[in-house]
Design a protein around this ligand. Structure first.
Ligand SMILES: C[S@@+](CC[C@H](N)C(=O)[O-])C[C@H]1O[C@@H](n2cnc3c(N)ncnc32)[C@H](O)[C@@H]1O
Length: 272
C-alpha cells in the first residue's frame, strides 16, 4: 500500500493531471492507487512525493506510469459471443437504415483490434449480401487517449496472441502474414481511421453515430464520469443507434431510461 498521507497522494494525482492532461480525478481511486503503488515499488520509492521527484527527472518512467494507468489490454474479437450477436443482430439492422452513410465509433480502442474486428464483420456481410459498394459509405473511427497505442493501430502489425479469439475462417481470410506477424487485409484497413481523443474532455469526434462501442473503458471511471458519458453517448447516437459496452459493464441510474437492451447478456443496447 502507498505510504504517506492522503494529501501527498492527491498532490501526485494533481501533478499527473497538470503535467500530462490525464484526468486522474475521474478514474477510480482504488485502481489508480494500485497501479501507482506498483510503479513506486519498481522505482524503490516509498512515498508519493518521492515518486513525483522520479517523474520529474525520468520521462521514461512517466511513459511507463501512463501506460500502466491506461490499461491497454485488448484483442481481436474479444468476447466472441458479443461479436457474434453484433454480426447477427446489429449489422443487418445497420444495413437496413435509410441513411446510406454508416458511422461507427470505437471509443477507447487501444491498438485497434476492436474497430478492425468490426470492419471485418462489415466486410464479410457486404460480401455475403453482394453489396461491396456499400462499404464506400462506411466510416469506422477508433479513438483512444493513448497516442502510442494508436500508432500501433495505424501500423496494424499484430502478434499471434492478439488473434486469440478469432475464428479460423476469419483468421485465414483477413490476416495476411508478413515476417511472422499478422497484418490487416487492405480492404478492411481502409475502412478504419484513428484519432486521439480523451473521453473525459467531452468533445466527441463524431455525431449521428449508428454504432458506438465503448468496451472495458468506463469500468475504470468514477460513477459521475460514467453518468456524464452515458448522456453524451445518447446525444451522439443517431436515432435507433446501438451502444455496446464491455461484458462487466452496465448502464446505471438515469442511463437505463436512455437505452433499451437488445441483448442484455452481451451488453448491447439501442438508443430510445
Ligand atoms: C482495456 S482497453 C479496452 C480496449 C478495447 N475497447 C477492448 O475492449 O478490447 C482500455 C482503453 O481505454 C483507453 N482509455 C482510458 N482512459 C481513456 C480516456 N479518458 N479517453 C479515451 N480512452 C481512454 C486506454 O488507453 C485503453 O486503450
Amino acid at each position: 500500500m502507498i505510504q504517506g498521507d492522503d494529501a501527498d497522494f492527491q498532490a501526485l494525482m494533481e501533478k499527473i493531471t497538470r503535467d500530462r492532461g490525464f484526468r486522474c480525478a475521474s478514474y477510480k481511486d482504488k485502481c489508480l492507487r494500485r497501479r501507482i503503488a506498483v510503479r513506486m515499488r519498481a522505482k524503490g520509492t516509498f512515498t508519493p512525493s518521492e515518486y513525483a521527484g522520479v517523474l520529474d527527472t525520468d520521462p521514461r518512467e512517466y511513459e511507463r506510469l501512463l501506460r500502466s494507468l491506461t490499461v491497454n489490454v485488448t484483442k481481436f474479437f474479444r468476447n466472441w459471443d458479443t461479436y457474434s450477436a453484433i454480426e447477427s443482430k446489429v449489422i443487418p439492422a445497420l444495413w437496413q437504415l435509410p441513411d446510406r452513410e454508416l458511422r461507427i465509433w470505437s471509443a477507447g480502442c487501444s491498438s485497434g483490434e476492436e474497430p478492425y474486428s468490426i470492419g471485418i464483420l462489415l466486410h464479410k456481410y457486404a460480401a455475403e449480401t453482394r453489396e461491396p459498394a456499400r462499404l464506400e459509405s462506411v466510416t469506422i473511427l477508433g479513438t483512444d487517449i493513448d497516442g502510442d497505442r494508436l500508432g500501433e493501430a495505424e501500423r496494424a502489425f499484430y502478434a499471434e496472441s492478439a488473434l486469440g479469439d478469432t475464428p479460423a475462417a476469419l483468421r485465414e481470410r483477413y490476416f495476411p502474414q508478413v515476417a511472422g506477424l499478422h497484418t490487416m487485409l487492405p480492404d478492411v484497413k481502409r475502412l478504419v481511421s484513428f484519432e486521439c481523443n480523451d473521453l473525459l474532455s467531452h468533445q466527441p469526434p463524431l455525431e449521428d453515430v449508428h454504432l458506438l462501442l465503448c468496451r472495458n473503458v468506463i469500468i475504470y471511471f468514477e460513477r459521475e464520469a460514467q453518468d456524464a458519458l452515458f448522456k453524451e453517448f445518447h446525444r451522439v447516437l443517431a436515432p435507433g443507434g446501438f451502444l455496446v459496452l464491455g461484458k462487466v459493464e452496465t448502464l446505471l441510474g438515469e442511463a437505463r431510461g436512455l437505452f433499451a437492451p437488445v441483448n442484455a447478456r452481451e451488453r448491447i443496447f439501442r438508443k430510445v
